[in-house]
Design a protein around this ligand. Sequence first.
Ligand code: NZQ
Ligand code: ZN
Length: 390
Amino acid sequence: MNNFEFENRTKVYFGKGVVAEKLPVLAAGYGGKVLLGYGGGSVKKNGVYDEVTGILKDAGVEIVEFSGIMSNPTLEKMQEGARLAKEQGVTWILAVGGGSVMDCCKSISIAVPYDGDVWEEFWEKPGNLDFDPLPLGMIVTMPATGSEVNGSAVLTNTEKHIKTDRDYPRMNADFALMDPTYTYSMPLRQLRAGTFDILSHIMETYFSFPIEDNVSDDISEALMKGVIRDFRKALQNPEDYEARSNIMWEASMAENRVIKMGKTKDFEVHNMEHQLSAYTDCNHGEGLAVLHPTYYRHIFRDGLGKFTRFATNVWGLNPADYADEEELALAGIQALEDFIRECGLPGTLRELGVDESTDLREIADSCYTAGGAFREIRQDEIYEIYKECF
Ligand code: NZQ
Ligand code: ZN
């Protein structure tokens, strides 16, 4: 294991009925005035909004509503929420939704107490978050990003065509309430995309140094097998509580920093997807599904030992059936691609809805690259990958 520091300050309350049980106590504790952040209205259809607002009112909390947080939340939307929170003098924030709602509310939690330009100071470049954000709670309705248990928030600056995240431990929510039954109402498309996002977070961590045996990779393999198994079960029966609760915790485990300990990490597919999304507003999990197999066919020789381990330990392939390590590694990547197809996810940029006239060169040039985990990839190669994905 490489050296590491571990910190996670979010208190998680997990399980069926957890909102009804815990929110009254938490709400009474935070009191005052809350900014209630939510998205395009799914919470009104599935009853979550009524339940949450009822509990807040009973606890004597004044509610300031901030609705319409879109998927791939924009800087403008976040600024709108921060203005509202300041004008109304809210004392805490409660985010109810998926990653987009949680990220937007996290960003608001630091934009309210900070007088400067948060985009320039905390997103455009890594900043020094040396003040306390506004207290923040999450009620998760969609497991995918793991935003409920980390300090990361992704924003899109539409003017500059940049979608980027930063992870500040101080931006972790104070608490997260996670009731797996809240996820039953997720549309199938979101279940597919969210599940693939979870798998992607694990792979982006797993496919990096060290290649040698380490606890983080061992946990990652168990999580990947779990995600594949539980997605198949949830597809058969959307109200399979075991499957739904496992998926919800797998999403958190993938992003609560545990499996990242001692790892260099990659996240180049995320960087490529974020810029694709900055230009096309595509769905995050679907964009990742398109890019992963092609990227891995570019880099597998540079981390061959890890790719063969993926093929055998995650997909159950038998090394004896393959002529050499490269063939085995490629079969593992093919198994991943087959799973993407089985999920009903898009396999090409065309299927993702990217228009032929889209300037892939410009998007590739706009990509921030962290240098790659096994090998450095640069804009020219990113452009090749985009073209091959079309
Ligand atoms: O907006 P509403 O009406 O709530 O509907 C949402 C939205 O349309 C719907 N939904 C969520 N829970 C539901 C539900 N519909 C019915 N029943 C439910 N229980 O699902 C749609 C997608 O929601 P969204 O929050 O956009 O999805 P996701 O959780 O995938 O979040 C995506 C955003 O998170 C960023 C992505 O880039 C993207 O901007 N990410 C955040 C990360 C982080 N903070 O750590 C890491 C990720 O890698 C990712 O980049
Ligand atoms: Zn992701």
